[in-house]
Design a binder for this molecule. Structure first.
Ligand code: SF4
Length: 444
């Protein structure tokens, strides 16, 4: 936990020598607490104090990177318990488990490679393959690890409790910096030695929070700090308990032994049982969530949830306010109005696309608010839509002057018609009714 100015002051030399540029040690301590100055500016601070202050200013949850430096997955380094207090910054990794001895391994890896989705204009996909060692020998596990990387194109978690087999599999892939999972009470120092030698992050496999805290301290003493922690939770209820306690202890109490991102392995028969547990862990507070099933709907559900949890609540995701084309609209094509809240825009766009009626969509700047919210906040107004109609250049692309307004704001149609001079048609309330509207009412 960060120290206050007074706590820092007690650790300084208290000579008021001014070498740091501040008139007193107290002034320097206050500036240091506010992170306006670096500790190195005081030349007289002892090595012991330096270590203590640097430790106190470290993030409560360590930032851990998995994968090659140019495309690593960074997890941890969160600073709040609740998203509305600030934001969550490092989206958890989504992983899919593959058994190295599975005869259908390659087909499974190909299926994982092809799991890609577009959500609110972004490509999202699972980040990791968790390769569990079920091979008959070390060489087979190592070969499976290379195949998992090459075929899936995803980052790797290598899962074995045998340090020698881990080293054999991870050494040829050390530039890919896989997560080495499982340091247990029985092999902690040996696994730490492999992770240290290869420069890879290490997964701690415990059976409880207490055991996890003991293990991370042993491993830190062995010289490895980049860890993720499995508390042994396998159900939604246990994940919620363990992961919430970890986050609370790290952030509220500054308890370093549990200040690492947690990894959660969802258990249960099939996707229907694993999905709720995995969803709980995405929301609260996993650094990595691993599921067994490769059903596209399961990955899409988790990725969508992650996208929602890890957006900044104070900055709604937005699209650029302008005219968008769906298909190849001509001068007699319909023109629909919507807001620049990403979810609203992409919902409207996908329904217009589904209608197969080439159209223009005029996106009005509502500061990222959806239709009704923007209307209530006076961000979607007749004056605003009129301005967008005039400045967007859409007038020159159409032979008609008809604009389709979202049904929820039908009440502003009269004002808009009067202010803009355009004929205002009231469209459907729900985007799902757009295809029927365009194919019937518009075309008539
Ligand atoms: Fe105090 Fe160090 Fe600044 Fe001197 S240089 S005033 S000892 S904080």
């Amino acid at each position: 936990m960060a120290l206050t100015g007074l706590q820092i002051y007690k650790l300084l030399p208290k000579t008021n020598c001014k070498k740091c540029g501040f008139p007193t040690c107290l002034a320097f301590a206050m500036a240091l607490a506010q992170k306006k100055i670096e500790l190195a500016k005081c030349p007289d601070v002892s090595a012991e104090t330096k270590a203590e202050l640097e430790g106190a200013s470290a993030p409560p949850i360590r930032l851990v990177a998995i994968g090659p430096r140019d495309r690593a997955l960074e997890i941890g380094n969160e600073t709040v318990l609740f998203r509305h207090e600030l934001a969550f910054f490092h989206p958890c990794g989504i992983g899919l488990r593959v058994k190295s001895g599975d005869p259908g391994r390659r087909a499974r890896l190909e299926r994982i490679r092809d799991l890609k989705f577009i959500r609110v204009g972004k490509e999202v996909r699972p980040d990791l393959v968790a390769l569990e060692d079920t091979s008959p020998d070390a060489a087979s596990f190592a070969a499976a690890a290379r195949e998992a990387r090459d075929v899936s194109g995803r980052l790797l978690i290598l899962m074995t409790e045998d340090p020698a087999r881990m080293k054999a599999a991870a050494a040829p892939l050390k530039d890919d910096r896989p997560l080495l999972f499982g340091a247990t009470a029985a092999n902690a120092e040996a696994m730490a030695s492999v992770a240290k030698e290869l420069g890879c992050p290490l997964g701690v496999k415990a059976g409880s929070l207490d055991e996890a805290a003991d293990l991370t301290q042993r491993i830190a003493k062995a010289g490895v700090e980049d860890m993720v922690v499995d508390t042994g939770a396998r159900t939604a209820a246990q994940a919620l308990i363990d992961l919430t306690q970890m986050r609370r202890l790290a952030i509220r109490k500054g308890f370093r032994p549990l200040g690492y991102p947690p990894v959660f392995f969802a258990a249960g028969a099939g996707a229907l049982e694993q999905t709720p547990a995995a969803a709980v862990a995405v929301a609260k507070y996993a650094g990595i969530v691993v599921v067994d099933e490769t059903d596209a709907w399961l990955s899409l559900a988790l990725l969508t949830l992650r996208l929602n949890v890890y957006t900044d609540p104070q900055k709604p995701i937005q699209v650029e306010p302008k005219v968008y084309k769906v298909g190849e609209p001509k001068e007699n094509a319909p023109l629909l109005v919507t807001t620049n809240f990403s979810l609203t825009y992409f919902t409207v766009e996908s329904e217009v696309e589904a209608s197969r009626v080439p159209s223009f969509i005029l996106v009005v700047n509502t500061e990222g608010m959806s239709v009704l919210t923007a209307f209530a906040a006076d961000k979607l107004t007749a004056a605003g839509v009129t301005k967008a109609l005039k400045t967007s250049g859409i007038e020159g692309q159409l032979r008609h002057k008809k604009v389709i307004l979202p049904g929820y704001v039908a009440v502003m149609s009269g004002a808009l018609q009067e202010e803009s001079g355009w004929e205002v048609l009231v469209g459907p309330r729900e985007a799902s009714a757009i295809p029927a509207y365009l194919k019937t009412i518009w075309k008539s």
